[in-house]
Design a protein around this ligand. Sequence first.
Ligand code: B12
Ligand code: SF4
Length: 472
Amino acid sequence: MVNAASKRDVSKTTPMRLYLINPSNPFVSIVNVKESRWNRYRVWKPLSLMVLAGLTPPSWDIVIVDENLGMPDYPAMPRPDLVGITAFTSQANRAYELAAQFRNMGVPVVMGGIHATMCLDEVSEQVDAVVTGEAEGVWTEVLEDARHGRLKRCYNGGLAKIDTLPCARHDLTDKGYAFGAIQTTRGCPLNCSFCSVTAFNGAHYRQRPIDDVVREFQLIREKYVLVVDDNLVGTRSDHIARAKDLFRALARADLRKEWICQATINFGDDQELLELAARAGCRGVFIGFESPAPEGLVEVGKKFNLLKSRDFRASVRRIQQHKILVAGSFIIGLDTDKPGIGKCIAETASRYGVDNLNVLFLTPLPGTRLWDRMKSEGRIAFDTFPQDWKYFTLTFPVAQYKHLSLESVIEEMISCDRDFYSMSHILQRVSRNLWHRRQPLITLVGNLSYRSNLRLNDKAYAHFKRYSGRGG
Ligand code: B12
Ligand code: SF4
């Protein structure tokens, strides 16, 4: 492969052109903006690329391309000197297409992110260089090597020190997003069996300095912000204390931002924490309940949810009392799940009182404990890689489930969604929130947006069933 950088004057003063690309996955219906106008609220910024841009010296001209906003006309764009591609597993196929396209033009391609880290050998065959782990420690070396035409095959970033991070480049993204994005912590001590976070970001919960977070928040132009942390408040008392300090600082800075985040259910345990979060602009939290049954929680390794013989409904209510909406996430397809699980999840979510429900198929993602187990049991049903990665969106049943066939697990998902998102249930939730003056309009928009996507899911399932008939 011709290395473009080697043919140029590589003196430090020559500006180099860098494209940072977030590939699309056409099966991720939620990001199909053209299919439904509600989806504008479901396209999220590729923060990884904004962080990389923040680490990039000024001698590089940077363009961030997010294919989820629409396909760019690459041939009409100026030729870059280096292309950096990020990818979740579900984006790997499109990432490889892009890599081939640019490498055929003689442009070197480097790929990083979760999929590159978990599937290093596969990715190495498709690109010039792979960055595994977090990029902070190695990115400037990659750029210098690219400038001098001496890219190595692999750079291992490991876990970064996040106490001195430069701010992400919030100025470089398109204006078409409804939400800005920021990260304040990395890592998760819980290590659930299906989740890649602990394998990738480590079990040690790392927190950015509060002043850095406040400064970066001030750079975000959108009023609404997604805090991407996997668990914004953490699990231990020192984590919670830091979260409170962060919320106090955000409130003091009077940013006038409204934000949503992810947390474990213990978010609802501490009234002071909730009060401070609301004052700092928290308007919604995404919580992983995972399973309606204690045995399910044991299976996925999330016994944390069972501590203190928790009353989920009371926890959800306490959060909502601070006008913070709760989106609950569950998994379908656990070994403990039997026919009827779809309806059971919908009823459980309604009983807990969540404002939105997101149910995903149990999916063995590479690098997780679930992957190791299902692989050793021969239960990864869609395993023609790399082609099949595009179905690893958690919205397709790619594994063999213990008590549910492919057809029936899809039926369970459909019955769950149809029950929770029936018009009558949506109206009940909206009226409840109207009564409590708890963002009824946002509840309505969120619920209708999800409901409108159910049609897209039906199309996607029909395609998937046809595809599964290939003998896969
Ligand atoms: C925000 C988020 C989303 C947003 C996406 C926003 C976006 N466009 O990026 C939304 C909500 C849309 C989303 C969707 C999905 N997500 Co998501 N998401 C996250 C989350 C919580 C944070 C990502 C983030 O911004 N991190 C902050 C940045 C700074 O970190 P980073 O991405 O890791 O980037 C660093 C390194 O990886 C590296 N790097 C990354 N890219 C590149 C590229 C180059 C060239 C280089 C050199 C380095 C590099 O450098 C960065 C700085 O250190 C992660 C969990 C996590 N901790 O990462 C899950 C996570 C990435 N999501 C996951 C999944 C499974 C999904 C879905 C498939 C299913 C779902 N419904 O959740 C969908 C599918 C999306 C798709 N398009 O196909 C999994 C991915 C596992 C895997 N093997 O793919 C994760 C890890 C969560 C988990 N529980 O396992 N997600
Ligand atoms: S699912 Fe959530 S709580 Fe469990 S390991 Fe992943 S980030 Fe942590």
